[in-house]
Design a protein around this ligand. Structure first.
Ligand SMILES: [Zn+2]
Ligand SMILES: [Zn+2]
Length: 311
């Protein structure tokens, strides 16, 4: 069934006779828009089920930046969650205070939640940390992504706690996850490599879930286009400083020449995770001496940042 129809340049879907929208290299098949959408939704559902991400009675907070990944995540969960009994969806947007960038994405987040009829909360760095990211970063822009990442994580945890969420869902996709694996390997940071999943919280913070972790960036883009949710937004001005950017271009080249590379990285990580369980690399969490939050060291990363600013 694969291949082109006579007289037409567009190959047809391997599951029906509609023109195809995509070719899935790993499965060696063409899919039309409808079958591609169904495939994505099924795979996200499978990830949620096999990793036991959501249970009946959960109040799931989605970290909604307004960008592509979180938009797709909210859209997908709003379609999939009605199948679960008594699960509620809420969206949280963090306003880091990045001028010329955040305003537009917040607007897009507000529009989306209004359209889907989902409760939406905003929380800002200024309110939480006393300053906007732009001010906090002055003079250390090269560390922007790691500093912002640490603070966003904290802001999301506070926000999710405030609204009584039992799970915090983020839009990390396959590319993000594979990049993180590689970056942690490059840095020789084994504890961080296996701590990344955030599921093993032992009840000390709201468990984080990543339902899109097996869906690639390209697939997310196509899903949004096919479901009329595609939105062109500015890119964060700080990404030009990131190591991630280099790893990203390296990995996308590999994925193109050797399809399945990113999935294999995730599988490797999961195998390492399993064999490290209970060993000394997976140190139990301590309590931060500054704020009392769970922490891998004496002080959590946010308190370490505060101390370095006051110096
Ligand atoms: Zn089809
Ligand atoms: Zn702390």
């Amino acid at each position: 069934m694969n291949g082109e129809t006579a007289g037409s340049a567009v190959p047809v879907c391997s599951l029906c006779s509609e023109p195809s929208a995509v070719f899935q290299k790993l499965k060696d098949r063409y899919l039309c828009g409808t079958h591609f959408t169904a495939d994505i939704e099924q795979r996200v559902m499978d990830t949620i089920k096999t990793r036991e991400m959501i249970a009946a009675g959960d109040r799931v907070a989605v970290a909604l930046s307004g960008g592509k990944d979180s938009t797709a995540l909210l859209l997908l969960l709003s379609r999939l969650l009605p199948q679960w009994p008594d699960v509620r969806l809420v969206a949280i947007t963090i306003d880091e205070g990045i001028s010329g960038y955040r305003e537009e994405t917040i607007h897009s987040a507000e529009e989306l939640t209004r359209r889907l009829g989902i409760e939406h909360h905003c929380i800002s760095f200024s309110e939480l940390f006393g300053d906007s990211l732009d001010t906090i970063l002055k003079g250390r822009e090269t560390k922007a992504c790691s500093i912002c990442g640490i603070m966003r994580k904290k802001a999301l945890a506070v926000g999710a706690g405030r609204i009584g969420a039992t799970k915090l869902a983020t839009g990390h996709n396959l590319d993000d996850e594979a990049q993180s694996v590689l970056m942690n390997v490059f840095r020789g940071d084994l504890p961080r490599l296996i701590r990344n999943s955030g599921m093993d919280s032992s009840g000390r913070f709201i468990p984080r879930i990543k339902p899109l972790s097996l869906i690639s960036e390209k697939e997310i883009a196509l899903y949004l286009m096919l479901n009329n949710a595609w939105n062109v937004l500015p890119e964060c001005p700080y990404t030009r400083f990131a190591l991630r950017r280099e790893v990203r271009s390296l990995l996308s080249g590999f994925e193109y020449r050797h399809p399945g590379t990113m999935l294999h990285l995730i599988t490797s990580k999961q195998k390492i995770e399993r064999s490290c369980k209970g060993s000394e690399v997976s140190d139990p969490l301590k309590t931060c001496r500054g704020c009392g939050d769970p922490s891998s060291g004496e002080f959590c990363q946010v308190c370490q940042l505060r101390q370095s600013r006051n110096r």
